[in-house]
Design a protein around this ligand. Structure first.
Ligand SMILES: [Fe+2]
Ligand SMILES: [Fe+2]
Length: 314
């Protein structure tokens, strides 16, 4: 993957410095982002240094202290914006019931319902492209959590992740199932191929997962996010599969969503009751951040759906 196109003054200065290997980072850190899109693409690019990196940036930049400092500044304002949006539940007890009720009560806009009945093939192709930013590294942000958990939630998270990573079979690995669906649909399957086309909302979704995953203090938010994600996946995946069939998409693309209908019906129980539930037994104070993480997952998906539906309506 190559460094993405800049979206403003900060990302312009940062990406140029990353490509050329600048020795003075002060000039970059002195630049303020023009707007959220500029800040989010800069943060996404800094996070990617911790995943697969870039063909045109030195791998050593991952631990460049000046870039970590810039990352922290961007993260602080992003985290405060996310916390300002959050509305806490009225009750958090008993946890699993309160959690499922909270998720069910968040009635956001649904791209899957639109794909199911109304979308045309071009709109779906656009959606499949922008979704690659997450689906081609599906579950990677949750992998950061593994060494940060006590034994019971750690074992349960690994059970869930073992499924996501294909139970030992590369052909069953979820990110790879998505890549095969893209190829069969005539779309690009290289990681990051569509990064320049994605709206800010997609960057926010992915940055929130990296933010929660990379900070141990935010492990409650990371697991709440994971649990809300799994709990809102099974039914929408069925709608996506039916919409793709309606429009005649190849079986490989349908299979990716079909796989998630049953898998995520199991994962939601595992994530809410066992992973989050057992962690709360030893660390009850994490409950607030679990709901914050869940809210962030649902709210960012709602914002993303709103952005796509409004753009198509226009
Ligand atoms: Fe998956
Ligand atoms: Fe899952």
């Amino acid at each position: 993957m190559l460094i993405p196109k800049p979206r403003g003054t900060l990302s312009g200065a940062l990406f140029e410095a990353m490509r050329s290997g600048a020795t003075s980072w002060d000039d970059v850190r002195a630049v303020e982002p023009d707007h959220d899109d500029d800040a989010q693409i800069a943060l996404w690019t800094l996070y990617e240094l911790h995943y697969r990196g870039f063909d045109n940036a030195d791998d050593a930049l991952e631990w460049e202290p000046e870039l970590l400092r810039l990352r922290r500044t961007l993260e602080e304002s992003f985290e405060s914006a996310l916390r300002a949006r959050y509305t806490a539940p009225e009750s958090t007890e008993p946890f699993a019931d309160a959690f499922f009720e909270y998720v069910a009560g968040h009635d956001g806009r649904s791209l899957a319902s639109f794909v199911h009945r109304q979308a045309d093939a071009e709109q779906v192709r656009e959606l499949l492209g922008v979704r690659t930013i997450y689906h081609l590294k599906e579950s990677d942000p949750s992998a950061w959590l593994v060494p940060r958990l006590p034994v019971a939630p750690q074992a349960a998270l690994m059970e869930l992740q073992y499924d996501e990573y294909g139970t030992g079979d590369p052909n069953r690995l979820h990110a790879h199932l998505y890549a095969r669906g893209l190829e069969a649909s005539g779309l690009r399957s290289e990681y990051g191929a569509y990064i320049d086309d994605v709206p800010t909302e997609v960057l926010e979704q992915n940055n929130a997962m990296s933010l929660f995953g990379l900070h141990r203090r935010l492990r409650g938010a990371a697991l709440g996010h994971l649990a809300a994600f799994e709990a809102t996946s099974s039914l929408p995946s069925r709608r996506m599969a039916q919409g793709l069939e309606r429009l005649g998409f190849p079986q490989e693309m349908v299979d990716y969503y079909a796989e998630h209908v049953e898998a995520d019906a199991v994962h939601e129980q595992l994530a809410v009751r066992v992973i989050c539930g057992s962690l709360l037994e030893s660390e009850p104070s994490l409950v607030d951040d679990m709901f914050f993480g869940a809210f962030t997952c649902l709210d960012l998906e709602d914002r993303f759906a709103g952005a796509m539906l409004e753009a198509w309506a226009a």
